[in-house]
Design a protein around this ligand. Structure first.
Ligand code: PLP
Length: 527
């Protein structure tokens, strides 16, 4: 494809994309194809001779669209939204044109510098304490990750490294690599002894979450080979972690000789959008690590105090912090925690992937993740005045993702972002009012919270309620006209109804409610 061909193909692709968005409601929300549908439609090997763009493009509608579930459809009420906007799509376009593996500053200074700047802008818009900004007093800053799962893994690696450094003696001379899992110098008795010490310590380390924490924290612990404990939370506390419950769990772990080194605190849990009690968590941990020695027998050069690193997973609901009224009890506590992550690609109008991870001291990432290889050395890095984001993340190469964030922040402005969040939150509140208006039929279990309402269909017994709610969920989803997600809360089957998609308007929520009522009445009358 030459420049002329690209121009024609690009114009026609953009036209198609606009048409897709403008007419999205003419499609069913959920794809109804059967597994393996695509293999039947495509040849079994790549073409030997080049094909025309017209032929390729035609297959988008004919072969790909049938297998697409439309996350931008206004009747998509499942999971959490996966944002798009035209400015963000343009950011992706430029980014792919400027493709590179921009892991060091010198690989494209603008890629690194724009990322640092737009994450400072975003941090300010979210009302984060200054310690999370690159210009702040604690050498903090933000980095774009591919996903919240990658962010929690990155934070956990740094937490593990920090904990080991603080609680173990300094490694023998020349054996610094031991702290990064290296084997040390063979035959060095002192080094071998240190390895044993390290292995014992690691076997006692526990990462904490709750039963409402997203599975990515457990996955990070699995990847890192540390233990994971999910502190039970339930309806009594609104599915949130309280100081009291945390204190009890810490005490029990300590009795078993285990060492909690990491906790994920959530702003907007996946099931119900609950918010853990941040202030009580901070107080409890300070009391626990400050008041008593919790690291067993080993005194390290950090004084033996093993702080519990608190990572805030605000993957979805963090976007709401652009509105000051959602910050109460949250942003003022964040300065007592260690890292914070939110996905702009969920609820802030930016295409996947744009997971924004902030840390209070960037050295924590660099100490843990800086692994040198001669080929990546350069004068700028050696000079120490530049950021090399490869040291803040798991992969080496990285895309120019800051561009789409820059385009979105400039195109919407803070006011535009707040307006969007307000609109979607209001739709959630309106949906909750509709449910309340049919209180004999439906019961709200949680919410409205951050544009999410969790509800169930009533039954004469809890079992009957579960059966009915499950049938309601299956029938409305099967219709293809909307998509909701089912979940289980304390043994109750429930439907999550989310109103965060950019294209959703009141008419779509009313339409969904009408269908929910019709099907619910059919189910209850048929009983
Ligand atoms: N954290 C929470 C609270 C989530 O709801 C999700 C996904 O919905 C994640 C983390 C994982 O997000 P990602 O797909 O970016 O890894």
């Amino acid at each position: 494809m030459d420049s002329r061909g690209f121009r024609e193909a690009a114009i026609s692709s953009i036209d198609e994309i606009i048409k897709y968005y403008d007419n999205i409601t003419s499609r069913d929300v959920v794809s109804s194809v059967s597994p393996g549908y695509l293999r039947q439609l495509l040849p079994s090997s790549a073409p030997e001779t080049p094909e025309s763009w017209d032929d390729i493009q035609r297959d988008i509608e004919g072969k790909i669209m049938p297998g697409i579930t439309h996350w931008q459809h206004p009747s998509f009420h499942a999971f959490f939204p996966c944002a798009t906007s035209y400015p963000s799509i343009l950011g992706e376009l430029y980014s792919s044109a400027l493709s590179g593996a921009c892991f060091n500053w010198i690989c494209s200074p603008a890629v690194t510098e724009l990322e640092t700047i737009v994450l400072d802008w975003l941090g300010q818009l979210l009302g984060l304490p200054e310690c999370y900004l690159s210009t702040g007093s604690t050498r903090g800053g933000g980095v774009i990750q591919g996903s919240a799962s990658e962010a929690v893994l990155t934070a956990m690696v740094a937490a593990r490294d920090k904990y080991l450094r603080n609680t173990l003696p300094t490694p023998p001379a020349e054996e610094e690599d031991l702290l990064k899992g290296g084997l040390g110098t063979l035959g060095n008795a002192e080094g071998e002894e240190y390895e044993e010490l390290l292995a014992r310590k690691r076997s006692r380390m526990v990462a904490l979450g709750t039963t409402a924490t997203h599975s990515s924290t457990k996955k990070a612990a699995v990847i890192l080979g540390v233990r994971f404990y999910a502190i039970p939370v339930g309806a009594k506390d609104g599915y949130r972690l309280t100081g009291e419950v945390l204190k009890k769990a810490l005490g029990e772990l300590k009795k078993r000789g285990l060492e909690p080194f990491f906790l994920t605190a959530t702003l907007g849990t996946t099931d119900t959008c609950a918010v853990d009690d941040f202030a009580a968590i901070a107080d409890t941990l300070e009391e626990f690590t400050g008041g008593e020695e919790m690291n067993g027998d080993i005194q390290g050069d950090g004084g033996g105090k093993g702080e519990v690193w608190v990572h805030v997973d605000a993957a979805y609901a963090g976007s709401a912090l652009v509105c000051p009224e959602f910050r109460g009890g949250i942003t003022e506590v964040l300065g007592r925690f260690h890292s914070f992550n939110m996905n702009m690609h969920k609820w802030l109008l930016t295409n996947f992937d744009a997971s924004c991870l902030f840390v209070r001291d960037r050295n924590w990432f660099i100490q843990a993740l800086s692994v040198n290889q001669a080929v990546y050395g350069n004068a700028a890095s050696a000079g120490g005045l530049v950021t090399d984001y490869r040291e803040w993340q798991i992969p080496l190469g990285r895309r120019f993702r800051a561009l789409k964030i820059w385009f979105v922040l400039r195109s919407y402005g803070g006011a535009g972002l707040r307006e969007y969040i307000h609109k979607t939150v209001k739709l959630g509140e309106e949906f909750a009012e509709m449910l309340k208006g049919r209180g004999g039929l439906f019961e709200i279990l949680t919410g409205p919270s951050f544009a999410l309402v969790v509800f169930a269909l009533r039954g004469k017994t809890p079992e009957e309620g579960n059966v009915r709610t499950k049938e309601l969920c299956e029938r409305v989803n099967k219709s293809g006209k909307m998509w909701v997600t089912g979940t289980t809360l304390d043994g109750r089957f429930a439907i999550r109804f989310m109103t965060g998609v950019r294209t959703t308007e009141k008419e779509h929520v009313e339409m969904a409610f009408k269908m929910l009522v019709e099907v619910a009445e059919d189910i209850t009358q048929g009983a």
